[in-house]
Every structure is written in structure tokens, then in C-alpha cells.
Design a protein around this ligand. Structure first.
Ligand code: MLT
Length: 231
């Protein structure tokens, strides 16, 4: 299998299978929400779009953040632990970097999976189960820039996948190997520093725990410009 890594969202690599990675916190939070009983997550790029969808949907809850802060009028922010006791079947979700990349990936890859450390082994297994010979790991980064936390996770996934690892994958693997633990890798990132500033350090710890969830969120369809994700 050819394995490549898009280090930033402006690397528009395409492959039949794409794995979107925003480990701190969007893809971890979506994984936690679906593992906990939410039936679907509708991801939007824009806040206004999320509000409009929520109005149409009725039985749903709004969640998300801008620059680590809960969006005004939304019930929940972007901490995985806010989603462990579902309050509706549908979560309408919008974040700064993760959900826009998901929508963009959904427009250019046939299969889009969401990557996290929380479901690391399950993600690797899900990529293999697609039977693809070409995968791209897509890092959300921070405001268009490379973010160490996402590249760390891409390196961990790439290393487990093995196969025809291209230089973009090797760079991620070498970065991942330079940290003694996943917590160290996540703490070293801009996303980690942003959460520290927001007083949300416990989320970094939660996002760094490996393979305690056995599910992999998968993109199902576009609803206008929003992306619906389920298990
Ligand atoms: C994002 O999508 O930009 C991140 O998930 C931000 C955050 O950690 O809240």
C-alpha cells in the first residue's frame, strides 16, 4: 500500500482512501461522541451553516469551537468528555480546523475515515479493511500551518500500516519516533499550547490515550456543503 501524508491542509494530496487527523481535538471528539451513542455527526465549515442545519434537524445538539472557545449559543464546546453522555441522536458540529478539512477531504477522496489516538488500532485496521493500495493521511494543522500533534498521529498510523512509505510518511514517522510518549508528542504542539492557554490541559491527556475506543467514524455523504459522519 502506498502511504503518503499531507502535512498541512494546503497539501491537496488525493487517494481513494483519506484519513483526516485533528487529534486535538475534532477527530478525537467525533470518535468519542459516536462511540458513546450519538448516531451521526454533521460537520460544517461555517458556524452559520451549523445553526441553519440544527434548525432544520430539530432533534439535535450543537457543538464546536472557534480558537478553542465554545461557540456562542452552542450547547457544547470541543472537549471529548462533553460528549460521553448523548443528549440527542444527532450532533451538529463545527470547529476551526478539523471540520473544514473533513469537508474538503469528502470532496476529493472516495472513502474518508477519521483518525485519532483514541482509536489508533481500529483506524489502522479500518484502512486495511478497505483493501486499498493507496492511502493519504491528512493533517488538519492549525490555521493552515503544520501542527506537531497531527503529524505525530500520522506518523503513528503510517508506521503501523507499513508498505510503500513515501518521504512524506517517513518524515511523520521520524517525528513521531522522536517523542517518548503520545502525551509528549501532543504536548509539544501548538494545539497543545492553545489548550493549555484555555485551561483545557485535561483534554490533551484524553486525546493522547491510545486505542481505548474501537470505532472509526466514516464520512457517509455530503448534505449540501456539510459532511455527515457515522460509524
Ligand atoms: C479544530 O478543529 O480546530 C480543533 O479541534 C480545535 C480545538 O481543539 O478545539
Amino acid at each position: 500500500m502506498r502511504v503518503r501524508v499531507a502535512h498541512t491542509p494546503s497539501d491537496k494530496l488525493t487517494a481513494p482512501v483519506g484519513v483526516v487527523i485533528d487529534v486535538i481535538r475534532a477527530t478525537t471528539t467525533i470518535t468519542a461522541a459516536l462511540a458513546s451513542g450519538y448516531e451521526r455527526v454533521i460537520c460544517t465549515t461555517e458556524v452559520a451553516e451549523a445553526r441553519a442545519i440544527a434548525e432544520q434537524e430539530g432533534d439535535c445538539v450543537l457543538g464546536g469551537e472557534r480558537h478553542a472557545v465554545k461557540i456562542e449559543g452552542f450547547r457544547f464546546g470541543n472537549s471529548p468528555t462533553e460528549y460521553l453522555s448523548p443528549v440527542a441522536k444527532t450532533l451538529v458540529f463545527s470547529t476551526t480546523n478539523g471540520t473544514p478539512l473533513l469537508v474538503s477531504a469528502a470532496e476529493r477522496c472516495e472513502t474518508v475515515l477519521l483518525g485519532s489516538l483514541a482509536a489508533l488500532d481500529a483506524v489502522v485496521e479500518a484502512v486495511r479493511a478497505t483493501g486499498t493500495d493507496d492511502v493519504v493521511l491528512l493533517c488538519a494543522g492549525v490555521s493552515g500551518e503544520l501542527a506537531i500533534d497531527d503529524l505525530y498521529v500520522a506518523g503513528r498510523i503510517a508506521e503501523q500500516l507499513g508498505g510503500d512509505l513515501r518521504d512524506s510518511a517517513w518524515a511523520a514517522i521520524r517525528l513521531a519516533r522522536s517523542y517518548g510518549s503520545s502525551l509528549e508528542g501532543l504536548e509539544a504542539s501548538q494545539s497543545g499550547r492553545d489548550l493549555h492557554r484555555a485551561g483545557l490541559q485535561s483534554d490533551i491527556v484524553w486525546c493522547s490515550r491510545e486505542s481505548h475506543l474501537g470505532v472509526v467514524p466514516t464520512f457517509r455523504r455530503l448534505l449540501g456543503t456539510a459532511a455527515e459522519v457515522t460509524l
